[in-house]
Design a protein around this ligand. Structure first.
Ligand code: MG
Length: 160
């Protein structure tokens, strides 16, 4: 396996952990505003990101690739309103998709089929992540100016 692919796989562990950190921050933002459903939804999202990091860690361990943990970047921003994190989430997931796509491109380039197969799960997952982020943003936009609607959506998100 090329060194640059190894480097990107190791980096992806860190990127997934940074995603978890970002979504925990968003969860905290909603929680402090008593928007419990959104807070819960982003907490679950953070757990998923942790699982993504663990999948990459397992792959690296299974392939005897050694690495050290690096500091986790703080991607959190100052959110001005309830919509801000949702916009940021969609933008962030598109960025993560671009990272996965780049590793995929390199794996294909070196005919590394086991890695391609491993990454297929992430390719599908990113389609899902972008779709979910977009749907949540759109639902929010429907009820943006209606407090009752917003509270109802918040109720629904508790079920995730
Ligand atoms: Mg992820």
């Amino acid at each position: 396996m090329q060194e640059n692919i190894k480097k990107l796989l190791i980096q992806q562990v860190n990127k997934e952990l940074a995603s978890a950190y970002l979504y925990l921050d968003m969860s905290k933002f909603y929680k402090t505003k008593s928007i419990e459903g959104f807070a819960h939804w982003f907490k679950k999202q953070a757990s998923e990101e942790l699982e993504h990091a663990e999948k990459f860690m397992d792959y690296l361990a299974d392939n005897d690739i050694e690495y050290k943990f690096e500091p986790i970047e703080v991607l959190a921003k100052d959110y001005k309103n309830l919509k801000d994190p949702l916009l940021h989430q969609l933008e962030h997931e598109k960025y993560v998709t671009s990272l996965i796509n780049e590793i995929y491109r390199l794996a294909l380039e070196e005919n590394n089929y086991p890695l391609v197969r491993f990454l297929n799960w992430f390719i599908d997952e990113q389609v899902e992540e972008e779709k979910t982020a977009k749907e949540l943003l759109e639902k929010f936009e429907y009820v943006e100016n209606c407090k009752m609607g917003l509270l109802k959506l918040d109720e629904q998100l508790k079920a995730r």
